[in-house]
Structures are given as C-alpha cells and as structure tokens.
Design a protein around this ligand. Structure first.
Ligand SMILES: NC(=O)c1ccc[n+]([C@@H]2O[C@H](COP(=O)([O-])OP(=O)(O)OC[C@H]3O[C@@H](n4cnc5c(N)ncnc54)[C@H](OP(=O)(O)O)[C@@H]3O)[C@@H](O)[C@H]2O)c1
Length: 324
C-alpha cells in the first residue's frame, strides 16, 4: 500500500499548514495569506493543509486555491471536529457526520476531490468500522484520494488499520516533544503509512528568533507551554544551546528543527504554518536536506542537557514541565 501522491512529488516535503490563517497567532488577511501560498508554491511546495474547525478569519481558501491553481496543490483536510450553524464546536465519528463534513469541505474549498482526509481525533462516539469505513467509502467513490488519522495511539491506529489502509498519520512531534513517536513510526514503516507530524517548529519556538512575548489575542498566551517561566526557560535554552550549534555549522535553528523531523524514517510531509512570505522562504531553505550525523549528535546532547536541567530544577520530565 502506498499513498496516492502527485507524480512530481518528492519526499520528504515541507507542507504549508494554514492554521495560522485563522488569525490565531499573528493577524493576517486574504492578501498576505495569498502571498504566503503563492510563495510556497513558487518555491516548489505542493502540500496544503486545513481543517473545517479553523476559523475562517475572513479568508477564502477557495479563492486562494483558485489563484494558484488547483492542479498544483495536494489538499489535506480533516473531519470529526467542526462547527454547527450557531458556531458551536461539534465532534463526532458518526458516519453521516463525517460524510457531510467531506462534502462541506469540497464545497468550502471549491474542489471536486480532496487529496487527504484525516480523522482529526478519535472522539468518544467513534467506531473503527463505522468511522474509518466511511472514509474508505469516500475514497472508493473518488471524493478523497488518501485517508488517515490524527492524534492517535498505537492501539487506535492498529484498530483502525484493520478496517482499511491508513495512508497518513498526524500526531504532534518535534525535536523537543517525542511522545508516541517510535511505536507509531515502526507501524508506519511496516505498513507504508506516511507521517505528517504537526508543530514541528513548536509554533516558532524552534526558530532563530523565537518571540519573547505574544500579542493580545494570540492563542499561545492561553497555552501553559508558552507562558511565564516555562516558555522563558525553553526559549533561553534555544538561544544558548541550540543556536550556537546552528551557527557553528552555518545553518539556522529552523533548519535544525525541520531537518531533524523531516528526515526521520516514515515522515513524508511536515506541514508548517507561516504568517509571512519571509517565514515561508526561510522554512523552504531550511528543508533542503538531511542534517549531517555530527550535527544531530550535537543536538541530542543539547536535548539531554535540557532534560537533565529541567529534572534538576523542578523534578519533572520535560513534557510534564511544559504541561504536555
Ligand atoms: N491534527 C492536529 O490536531 C493539528 C494540530 C495543530 C496543527 N496542525 C497542523 O499543523 C500545522 C503546523 O502547526 P502550527 O501552524 O500550529 O504550528 P507551527 O508550524 O509549529 O508554527 C507556525 C508558527 O510559527 C511561526 N513561524 C513559522 N515559520 C517561522 C520562521 N521561519 N521563523 C520564526 N517563526 C516562524 C509563525 O508564528 P508567528 O509569526 O505568529 O509568531 C507561525 O504561525 C498547522 O498549520 C495545521 O495544518 C494539526
């Protein structure tokens, strides 16, 4: 089983995540979103990811898709979580809900098929046969080219894979957040499933100039890991321990973060969000190739120092300290 990819696609690839188009981080409008997408495509990008639950923020993805050309894009979206007519969040794994969301996404994006549809999470009312069977049915009908799962454990992945092939799995994963990865990676390698992990640059933290503070209304202010002492401590480690490694090798911190994740076995695409064309260019440059083994070794020592320092300081694992 191999995912159904464009014939020109080379893997691993940097994808464009459009969660920031919702205005959840730095504000942006239709024009900036259009410039971000066209810069990404002009620089060789092809994978664009969205979800029905992302706030529209006055931005029409349909227009953006039309402006760059549908045929140039691999469009990935999700189902399970969405909003009803009153704006209330709904979450369901029932077949009729998932089928309706697929049709709503086709309409919202102005396309006749989706390249990837993933269950955003496994909700309480999910049933592997009904939920994933519905996605397999949509694939058989040609409305969807690939199907997948997101935010899953190994046991959930195994249960759903018994219903039909899982083309993609998307869990949160980065150089400093490795939960769930190895066990899922082994499954993916054995079954021809590609990983498309999210938050690989930790929303800007694993870059050359991580923001010191966030504007009022920025979603990061509401997340424990981006607040107070916890964020300041990890940010200072990025600047004192990670940045010198990048500088010594004439590359960027973003390249360390992206190079480390993109070239892990089983990773196919890494969707990264951006709020400016400069970020897109920097991220494309930073995805150029695998990191030399010596650089990875230096990064791993820096990571071990961080884990050790956090344990000495507060007696917690790094994930616990960050509230993850
Ligand atoms: N399946 C799921 O549950 C799930 C959950 C979350 C995300 N996702 C997907 O994964 C994608 C990526 O996650 P994400 O967008 O939340 O976070 P991310 O990719 O880790 O970070 C994106 C943010 O990092 C900053 N940034 C990007 N490039 C930069 C650079 N070169 N230098 C400095 N800062 C830079 C920008 O923030 P500012 O400029 O605003 O500071 C941008 O909004 C999403 O867009 C979405 O498609 C999926």
């Amino acid at each position: 089983m191999t995912p159904n990819l464009p014939s020109s696609a080379t893997l691993p690839a940097l994808g464009l995540g459009t969660f920031p188009f919702s205005g959840v981080f730095t504000s942006l409008d239709q024009q900036v979103a259009g410039e971000i997408l066209s810069t990404y495509v002009e620089n060789g990008g092809w994978y664009v990811e969205t979800a029905p639950v992302y706030a529209p923020n006055g931005i029409s993805l349909e227009q953006l898709v039309k402006s760059v050309g549908r045929e140039k894009l691999f469009i990935a979206t999700k189902c399970v979580t969405g909003r009803d007519a009153s704006g209330t969040t709904v979450r369901s794994g029932k077949g009729d809900h998932l089928r309706q969301q697929c049709h709503d996404e086709l309409k919202r994006l102005g396309v006749d098929h989706l390249d990837l549809l993933q269950l955003h999470t496994v909700p309480e009312d999910a049933d592997a046969q009904e939920s994933f069977g519905t996605l397999q049915g949509l694939k058989d009908e040609g409305l969807v080219r690939n199907v997948g799962l997101s935010n899953v454990s190994l046991s959930q992945l195994q249960e759903f894979a018994a219903v039909g092939p899982v083309d993609f799995v998307q869990n949160r994963f980065s150089f400093i957040y490795r939960a769930q990865h190895r066990e899922i990676e082994d499954f993916c390698l054995a079954n021809g499933t590609l990983l498309n992990p999210y938050q690989v640059i930790e929303r800007g933290l694993l870059t050359d100039s991580p923001r010191e503070t966030f504007r009022d209304g920025d979603l990061r202010n509401s997340k424990y890991e981006y607040r107070g002492d916890v964020y300041a401590y990890i940010r200072s480690w990025v600047l004192s321990d990670l940045r010198p490694i990048a500088e010594a090798h004439g590359i960027s911190v973003t390249q360390l973060a992206l190079g480390w994740a993109l070239y892990q076995p089983a990773v196919g695409v890494v969707p990264v969000g951006a709020t400016s064309t400069e970020q897109v260019r920097a991220n494309m440059r930073a995805s150029a190739g695998p990191l030399p083994a010596g650089v990875v070794a230096e990064m791993e020592w820096a990571f071990e120092r961080l884990e050790g320092a956090v344990r000495d300081r507060v007696g917690l694992s790094l994930d616990e300290y960050r509230g993850l």
